[in-house]
Ligand binder design. Structure first.
Ligand SMILES: C[S@@+](CC[C@H](N)C(=O)[O-])C[C@H]1O[C@@H](n2cnc3c(N)ncnc32)[C@H](O)[C@@H]1O
Length: 352
């Protein structure tokens, strides 16, 4: 697996190989090395590929023995093909929206320290029938998966980047678990700083499945019909980067800084996804916690709600989704509900 910390910018790649930047471009043109592109259009070179090139470069640069030369060139091309397979190309993109059909644990197209705000709702491990993802891990496996993807998110965020994490408060089915407390603890171990927790009162959802001991103190069940949005940040809470242009109104600011949010959940049937959140959730997070023109990431894109919120608030949006069917759904929603073909990101916000 190639991790993004092993990706080098052009100048770094040139230094690594010991050639000029122009030579790096020439090598790329000849197909001896290849690069991936960041959402901002910057070239990135994998250290693995450069190392393979260096290992074989003696015979490449001094092909006195043609058969040896061919063999090594073939080996390099093989390595490159292997690498090409692993590079994440966007499933869909335009100037301000990117959808990657990939696993958040593998994706290598997002630069570290490039994201202003992450808004996401990961799988809850409550036996939901996703197309690809297995939502029935043991709780321990679920927490180790959580740790892995949280680490990636930490790397992607800018130092003043923020993270709105929509998760359950707790888990009642299959054994009681303090999900929010456990995930927040893991996030803090990784290095995230805690800001606050917003309680989302999903008014149209009933979570009651059992009473436990009915009308008896012997073993009653207490169930809170809410979810939470844990607000974390990387290093600095005060946001200095970006356009510094806010678009939250006075009414929204006063209502949303009260940490109990009341709005309805989204219909699975209407959206065609087993666990969508309403666009209102990312819309509030985006307007409250990011500036106009900022880059927002949702590593568990699902039906694309976060990207719709990005379109409506003039932010750049990146979504990662492991399932191709949901990527297509998200893309279609951008065209139908987001009317992407009619929208243009205000140039004042600095479209990529
Ligand atoms: C709770 S849903 C997100 C729903 C989304 N907020 C929406 O409004 O539609 C979680 C999504 O994460 C996807 N997923 C699961 N594992 C993943 C992984 N390792 N990398 C990327 N996406 C993944 C699932 O396919 C599912 O669509």
């Amino acid at each position: 697996m190639i991790k993004s910390k092993f990706l080098l910018a052009t100048k770094e790649a040139a230094n690594y190989v010991g050639v000029s930047i122009a030579t790096i471009y020439r090598m790329e043109k000849k197909g001896l090395i290849i690069s991936s592109k960041t959402p901002g259009g910057q070239r990135r070179f994998s250290k693995d590929v450069l190392e393979k090139y260096l290992k074989n470069s003696f015979t490449i640069e001094a092909p006195q023995n043609p058969s040896k030369y061919k063999k090594n060139e073939f080996q390099i091309r093989e390595a490159l093909t292997d690498y090409k397979v692993k590079i994440s190309k966007p499933y869909y993109h335009n100037d301000f929206i990117w959808i990657y059909n990939d696993d958040i644990l593998n994706l290598n197209s997002i630069e570290n320290k490039s994201i202003d705000l992450i808004v996401t709702s990961p799988p809850y491990n409550v036996n939901i029938l996703y197309n690809s993802h297995n939502d029935t891990m043991s709780y321990d496996d679920y927490l180790s998966f959580t740790k892995k993807w949280l680490e990636r998110c930490y790397d992607f965020l800018k130092d003043d980047g923020r993270f709105c994490l929509n998760i359950p408060l707790d888990k009642n089915k299959g054994g009681q678990q303090s999900v929010c407390a456990d995930i927040t603890t893991i996030a803090k171990e990784i290095g995230f700083k805690y800001h606050s927790t917003i309680v989302w009162n999903e008014q149209n959802i009933s979570r009651r499945t059992a009473w436990g001991s009915w009308l008896s103190a012997s073993a009653p069940y207490v169930i809170a019909p809410v979810e939470v949005i844990v607000v974390l940040y990387k290093k600095e809470w005060k946001k200095m980067s970006g356009s510094r242009k806010s678009d939250v109104t006075k009414k929204e600011f006063m209502e949303w800084t009260n940490g109990v949010w009341n709005f309805s959940g989204e219909s699975k049937k209407r959206i065609g996804h087993p666990a969508p959140f309403p666009v209102e959730l990312p819309r509030r997070c985006i307007k409250l916690f990011s500036f106009v023109g900022d880059t927002i990431l949702d590593p568990f894109l699902g039906s694309g709600s976060t990207l719709l919120a990005c379109l409506r608030t003039e932010r750049k949006g990146i979504g990662i989704e492991i399932d191709k069917k949901y990527c297509e759904l998200a893309k279609n929603r951008l065209f139908t509900e987001g009317q992407i073909n009619q929208l243009k990101l205000n140039t004042a916000t600095g479209g990529r």
